[in-house]
Design a protein around this ligand. Structure first.
Ligand code: ASP
Length: 361
């Protein structure tokens, strides 16, 4: 089935609570390891398996667990197959059920979770309830797994805490969604937020760090802004890269590029062909955003001549944005029907907490 043809969903409401005081959480299952089953070709999504597993978890019927409803996507996907149309479906499903629930948990594969959490942060407007992405490195059905704790903790957070933004729970931390990045293919603490402190720490107690959580006092009306695939790409520079390939890459139909530069935003500025190719592309209307290859810190393109040369050629410093936030932000901005100049201006601004605007120095 095409991913554009979502629609058939199953749901279940758990029982055993007195209706009057119980919080309600909507669990949206898009797929991912958490609810996968082993097969001869490796883990794969399995329809109905989450409902079956959660139905057998007695602890879900005890306080402080909320009452929950499961919305299961058909098809469930490995998040390597994630697309902007699924992001639109997730946003729609949240908005359609917004008034009926205290919070939302989005179950998602780890591979592209940071992209989806970033995209939803840009798309959803006026959301004043927790929207928490989570997943797992090992599925619910494995003897040893991180799935159960991540699922339960995300549900408790979504039901009982005031965290009115899109976030990502993994292991011991709740991170801002558009600041998160996957840092390990194997560890249970697979995500980090290198440039922004956690929104909450999870241990024997759950501690929400209120000062880090977004508080929108004058939130606009609830709604959703569109996001569509765009003619954008990422290019990682490296010593010995072929300038011919780079120039070829910059040709039509490319409209925007996230240029992964060194350290503070430096590049091979002694190579006149490289800076000239960037200058030309910029003059022709291409949007060029520079992001650091480093995990921590960001680009100012102000500290070294090899960085200021990129600024002069037209590269916009992406500051401390993750690559995931940079790409989804650019795709999102290209989807808003605004001019190239407006896109460039908004890339410099902090829209939803994805970027630290002040200089590091
Ligand atoms: N390939 C899986 C996915 O992203 C990995 C995971 O969920 O951890 O769906």
């Amino acid at each position: 089935m095409s991913l554009l043809q979502f629609g058939c969903k199953k749901f279940k409401i758990n029982v055993g609570f007195s209706e009057s005081f119980v919080k309600k959480v909507c669990v949206i299952n898009t797929g991912g390891t958490l609810s996968m089953k082993a097969s001869e070709n490796g883990y794969r999504p399995s329809a109905g398996y989450l409902t079956e597993q959660m139905g057998a978890m007695d602890e879900l019927a005890q306080a402080p667990m909320p009452q929950f409803e499961i919305v299961e996507y058909d098809p469930l996907i490995d998040s390597s197959n994630m697309t902007p149309s699924v992001w639109g479906q997730i946003a729609t499903d949240i908005l359609d059920r917004y008034s009926s629930f205290d919070g939302f948990v989005v179950l998602h594969g780890t591979d592209t979770m940071a992209f989806s959490a970033s995209a939803l942060a840009f798309m959803l407007v006026g959301v004043n309830k927790p929207v928490i992405f989570t997943g797992a490195q090992l599925p619910l059905g494995q003897i040893r797994n991180d799935a159960r704790e991540n699922l339960k903790t995300a549900m408790v957070l979504a039901a009982n805490y005031s965290i009115p933004e899109v976030s990502l729970l993994f292991g011991d931390h709740l991170f801002r969604g558009c600041r998160s990045t996957k840092v390990s293919a194997t560890r249970f603490d697979a995500f980090d937020s290198p440039n922004y402190p956690p929104l909450a720490s999870v241990g024997t107690t759950i501690e929400v760090h209120d000062e880090t959580v977004l508080r929108c006092n004058n939130a606009p009306d609830l709604g959703m802004l569109p996001i569509h695939p765009a003619e954008i790409a990422a290019f990682r520079i490296f010593p010995g890269m072929s300038i011919d390939i780079f120039k070829h890459f910059l040709k039509n139909p490319l409209k925007g590029i996230v240029l992964e530069t060194y350290g503070d935003g430096n590049g091979p500025s002694d190579d006149a062909e490289f800076t000239e190719a960037i200058r030309e592309a910029n003059q022709k209307g291409m949007v060029i955003l520079g992001c650091t290859q480093c995990l921590h810190g960001g680009t100012t393109q102000e500290s070294y001549a090899s960085g200021t040369a990129l600024t002069r050629a037209g590269v916009i410093p992406g500051r401390d944005m993750t690559i995931e936030a940079s790409l989804t932000k650019m795709m999102f901005l290209f989807s808003q029907g605004i001019s190239v100049d407006e896109i460039k201006e908004k890339l410099r601004q902090d829209l939803v907490g994805e970027l630290t605007v002040t200089s590091r120095r």
